[in-house]
Design a binder for this molecule. Structure first.
Ligand code: ATP
Length: 199
């Protein structure tokens, strides 16, 4: 089973693209969604996050997102510490999930592949790129986030040019109408590479 990484900056359209692969019967794993789920269900993560942030990390057995966001905002070292707790558990969960899939390849959507130098974990990498102003508009419309917050996240992410340079495939998502064709082309190419054993 080949592991294909799907990455891209905030609002680039990773999940939109992932769903198109899913419609081609490719299993998709959205790391961010699984991380959020595991933070509420894994006893180990819960214990470690309480040790890091204190009892207020959970409220009524649910992750206290506002409290944690505030902690991280005031001390960015907390983000690294939280990632060090959550990411290994997501990694283990993903490995186990892969074992239960039956497909030539699976897609793992993860925003931070290049940023955390995790390229080695993938057989191929697809990057979704889109104009910055479009991404900004999409995210502020979706999340009611402020442009300043979105721009601050963008600043910490690898830029599209570098992402594209280090990817096997690049999807340009400025216009939704072109997505399906781009995905289909890549899907066929991946299947061919697997068939030819060139990956
Ligand atoms: P994030 O990094 O924030 O998780 P993402 O890269 O997964 O985001 P999506 O969630 O797929 O991006 O898209 C962000 C928003 O933009 C969504 O509301 C989605 O419906 C919308 N969107 C995606 N692609 C386009 C497009 N080509 N045209 C207009 N809207 C789009």
């Amino acid at each position: 089973m080949k592991i294909v990484g799907l990455t891209g900056g905030i609002g680039s359209g990773k999940t939109t693209v992932a769903k198109l692969f899913e419609s081609l019967s490719i299993p998709i794993y959205i790391a961010d969604v699984e991380a959020k789920r595991l933070m509420n269900t894994s006893t180990l993560i819960k214990e470690k996050l309480i040790a890091l942030f204190g009892d207020k990390a959970y409220h009524n057995n649910e992750l206290n997102k506002a409290f944690i966001a505030d902690k991280i905002f005031n001390d960015t070292a907390y983000l690294d510490q939280m990632n060090a707790i959550v990411h290994p558990e997501v990694g283990l969960h993903f490995k186990n999930w892969v074992k239960h899939q039956d497909s030539p390849y699976v897609i793992k959507e993860a925003a931070i592949i290049f940023e955390h130098k995790k390229q080695d974990q993938y057989d191929l990498i697809i990057s979704v790129i889109a104009d910055k102003d479009k991404r900004l508009k999409r995210v502020t419309a979706r999340d009611q986030s402020t442009p300043e917050k979105v721009l601050a996240i963008m600043k910490n992410q690898t830029n599209d040019i570098d992402k594209a340079k280090h990817s096997d495939y690049v999807i340009v998502n400025n216009d939704k109408s072109t997505l399906q064709n781009q995905v289909l082309k890549i899907h066929k190419s991946i299947l061919k590479r697997i068939e030819n054993e060139s990956i």
